[in-house]
Design a protein around this ligand. Structure first.
Ligand code: AMP
Length: 418
């Protein structure tokens, strides 16, 4: 028979093998625990959304438009794999009537996102985010609350050395006049800017501030700053966010070049970076306020604030920091039975499972080989079952660390293992 090539994983997609998954689980559990401790409830939205939902709120971002995984389904619908969680959660907030409940709705979601980006280290086409959203939240104190939530999560997973960058980008009242000032400042410099920035100058001038291309850097320090041009409400919000953060003892660096390109983003923007590095590296967490998003989706104008934490990035930094994650053994107890005792071995395992994680070694190998493999698995106990033990409904319980072995009636196995 001709040998066929084995089929490999899709480009940009990766498997998380059990050894890695242990760290991921720790990071996800910390996310859920911290979110719950701040009164946030978990929800799940579909991975597929109408392409329109994503494009209506994201056409202007090069990222979302260019990187969208989109396709036509068998019914001719234009669908997309979600590139981020916020658009879907805001949709669900209205469709699921959370808008009629107590405000704000404090929500979290952990799940895969998809972007058809060029795969590289730390950048995948399927990646995972821990997403926090407070929808219907007007108070700037909630902006500070989610920043504290993110800081708590990063601390709990063992990252002590993270840098928080903070800025405000005003709102629909004060931003248009500021953008005019920014355009006026940059127009005479247009020829000196790189191509993308020349194009963005008229359509999305805020993006000139976060440009990383060297030739555009010299003009930034003299550019007008939005913090000098905020309306009264945005100025008051900017003060309150920082007062709450100061009282919480959360350090931050004001970064006037931290912006978002879309109109629906308002006021607070923030990012957490590892180890004091910023700009050149991927953020661990990125978030901010999006008071114009609900309206952009066609719903009633509703304020909101949230963040997305990259689990791929956070687990990578935790692993590199040498934080010790003790891997869970596949099973704490391994049942080793003589040949022909499969039914009894399964029953003994069932009883032990009341107390511990249990696997049975059914393979046709010698007892020595089975002991070796139980040892490799990291089992803390083995339960040995021979013909005469099976007849008397007893088993030998062996502690792998001490080597001590005792005979235990089946009915007392769970108690002995507790
Ligand atoms: P964003 O939604 O682009 O603001 O990103 C929020 C978080 O998701 C950041 O921490 C990024 O590191 C992470 N992230 C974004 N895109 C990818 C990707 N392609 N692969 C892995 N992580 C990503």
């Amino acid at each position: 028979m001709p040998r066929t090539e084995p089929i490999k994983a899709v480009r940009g997609m990766r498997d998380l093998m059990p050894a890695e998954r242990a760290l991921w689980r720790t990071v996800e559990r910390a996310a859920a625990r911290v979110a719950r401790s701040f009164g946030y409830q978990e929800m799940v939205t579909p991975i597929l959304e109408h392409t329109d939902l994503i494009e209506r709120v994201g056409t202007e971002t090069d990222a979302v438009a260019k990187e969208l995984y989109r396709f036509e389904d068998r019914g001719g619908r234009n669908l997309a794999l979600r590139p981020e969680a916020t658009a879907g959660i805001v949709r669900a907030y209205f469709e699921g009537h959370l808008n009629q409940g107590p405000q704000p709705a404090r929500l979290f979601l952990i799940g895969p996102m998809f972007r058809y980006d060029r795969p590289q280290k730390g950048r995948y086409r399927q990646f995972f985010q821990f997403d926090i959203e407070a929808i219907g939240a007007d108070s700037p104190a909630v902006d500070a609350e989610i920043i504290e939530l993110a800081a708590t999560w990063l601390r709990e997973v063992g990252l002590r050395d993270v840098a928080l960058e903070l800025n405000t980008i005003g709102d629909h009242k004060c931003r248009p006049a500021y953008l005019d000032l920014l355009r006026e400042y940059y127009r005479p410099l247009k020829d000196k800017l790189h191509g993308d920035c020349q194009r963005r100058l008229e359509t999305s001038p805020l993006r000139l501030l976060d440009c990383k291309v060297p030739q555009c850097q010299p003009f930034k320090p003299k550019a007008p700053r939005i913090t000098d041009h905020l309306c009264d409400e945005c100025a008051a919000a900017w003060v309150l966010v920082r007062r709450v953060l100061d009282a919480a003892g959360i350090e931050y660096r004001l970064n006037p070049y931290l912006v978002r390109g879309l109109d629906y983003y308002t006021r607070t923007v923030f990012e957490f970076y590892p180890g004091g590095a910023s700009g050149q590296q991927d953020a661990l967490v990125a978030g901010g306020r999006y008071d114009g998003l609900a309206e952009a989706e066609g719903w009633r104008s509703t304020p909101g604030v949230g963040f997305a934490g990259g689990l791929d990035r956070v687990t990578e930094v935790v692993a590199a920091s040498g934080a010790e994650v003790i891997p869970e053994p596949p099973a704490e107890v391994v049942v080793l039975a003589d040949p022909g005792l499969e039914v009894e071995a399964a029953e003994v395992a069932r009883l032990c499972r009341a107390a511990r994680t249990v696997a049975v070694d059914y393979e046709p190998k010698s007892l020595r080989a089975k002991m070796r493999s139980a040892n490799k698995l990291g089992a803390r106990w083995v339960v040995l079952l021979g013909e005469s033990e099976a007849q008397h409904h007893v088993a030998q319980l062996k502690d792998m660390a001490s080597g001590a072995q005792v005979e235990v009636p089946w009915k007392q196995l769970a108690e002995s293992l507790a």
